[in-house]
Design a protein around this ligand. Structure first.
Ligand code: ZN
Length: 435
């Protein structure tokens, strides 16, 4: 039994034997207790990697756990909380770990039961065991600790496959206009004198107060879109982000301040989706989160679907934060519609058409909110005003409104496609509001 943290990570010879016997302790695969960020109490953690702080001798390696730092993950929590911890920050008390482990397993079972039959947001959807394991092995340790973009610095959350020599850095510097990346501050400053961009490439299709949206076609702006995906990967544990980048359009949100359009976030959308996806990936920079921009991007995606005359749904899996934003947005959108509805009866089909939300998503959300109920042998929509008002409040901050009058857009038509675009209030596809 290895119950104290005084033993260092085992050598490769020892590892196999020890790991099978016992899962506790400061070594790769072992369970320990540690604090997440600024929490006051230790919780269950698992050591993913033990890395020597300096090159140790053989003897030193066997006996000095304090000379390693430990990359840990917190079971039940998103991988963005994974981090390196010093030996002093880790506790190994086998009894407490066993207790924490069984609590975690119980909670997992409950969650599984609760979510069965709900919106299918399986993070490993479409992947077999081998692919899942390959993804975990390739991405288990973050390679960049933080980024500096514009005037902001923010810790990175996940691994991203930046090329050498940018692959393994404490700080990566990114130009907020062209998204080029640099290994040191001086390079970024030199670039800023040469960079000609002060807004994303592509067409400005929306402008309202200081907010603008740009439509970027990845076929014309390949480097920008690749840089965008690399940066996104630092904050999104999205496995298929780099698959065929040029099949997407990117809708980039900016804030206009001091004569420049500062990057806030974006969503991508397949140029043509057989599955009816109106959004494939959504991302807002961490320091712009909690300002309603995530829900603004969702609203925008459905506004475009309404113009196209199509129903839309996001591609799954969504990140945990993305899923919460969607649940909140869907709830508020549907409650709002029911509150404004002055008819005695409205069908699910009509709700779907008026909001552009896919029928099955409407049903899932209404059931989740307990608005769709089974009464006297049939489904009815329960839309009592006080109940709706309460639901709207519980769903969080209302989304920032997308003003249709500020949107100038014509649906993209894939070259060679016979489809005719729906009527729109807009100008041509390449009109630009940017001056
Ligand atoms: Zn630049």
């Amino acid at each position: 039994m290895l119950s104290g943290k005084g033993k260092g990570p085992p050598s490769s010879k020892q590892e196999g034997k020890r790991q099978r016997k016992c899962d506790f302790g400061c070594r790769e695969g072992g369970y320990v207790l540690a604090k997440r960020d600024e929490e006051t109490e230790n919780r269950l953690a698992q050591v993913i990697k033990a890395e020597p702080i300096k090159m140790p001798s053989e003897e030193f390696q066997a006996h000095n756990a304090a000379h390693y730092r430990y990359y840990v993950t917190f079971p039940g929590f998103d991988r963005r909380w994974d981090c390196f911890l010093a030996y002093d920050s880790i506790e190994v008390d086998e009894e407490r770990i066993r207790h924490a482990l069984s609590e975690y397993e119980e909670k997992e079972k409950e969650e599984e039961k609760k979510n069965s039959g709900m919106f299918d947001n399986d993070p490993n959807k479409g992947m077999d065991e081998k692919a899942i394991q390959a993804h975990i092995n390739a991405t288990k340790v973050k390679n960049i600790s933080r980024i500096v973009i514009g005037d902001n610095m923010t810790p990175a959350w996940y691994y991203s496959p930046y090329p050498e020599p940018y692959y393994n850095l404490e700080t990566l510097y990114i130009c907020e206009y062209c998204l080029s990346y640099f290994a040191c501050r001086e390079e970024q400053v030199r670039h800023s004198y040469k960079c000609q961009m002060y807004h994303p490439p592509g067409d400005e299709i929306y402008r309202c107060d200081q907010l603008s949206m740009f439509e970027v076609n990845s076929s014309y702006e390949r480097i920008y879109c690749e840089n965008l995906c690399l940066m996104t990967k630092l904050f999104l544990d999205h496995k298929n982000l780099f698959n065929e980048t040029d099949i997407f359009l990117f809708y980039v949100l900016t804030e206009y301040v001091d004569g420049a359009y500062h990057f806030v976030g974006y969503y991508s959308k397949q140029k043509e989706s057989a599955e009816g996806y109106n959004l494939n990936c959504i991302f807002v920079l961490p320091f712009y989160q909690r300002k309603g921009y995530g829900k603004f991007l969702i609203s925008f995606s459905f506004e475009l679907s309404l113009i196209e005359g199509k129903l839309g749904t996001p591609e799954v899996p969504l990140s945990d934060l993305g899923f919460l934003s969607y649940l909140s947005w869907w709830s508020q959108r549907l409650v709002e519609l029911l509150q404004k509805c002055d008819r005695e009866e409205i069908s699910i089909d009509e709700i779907s058409k008026e909001t552009a939300i896919k029928l099955s998503d409407v049903v899932m959300v209404l059931e989740r909110l307990n608005i769709l109920r089974y009464h006297q042998g049939q489904h009815v929509i329960f839309a009592e005003n006080g109940y709706l008002q309460n639901l709207y409040k519980l769903a969080g901050h209302p989304p920032l409104v997308v003003k249709r009058s500020c949107l100038h857009w014509t649906p993209y038509i894939l070259p060679g496609s016979n489809k005719v675009a729906a009527a729109t209030p807009a100008t041509n596809n390449h009109s630009s509001l940017s001056s």
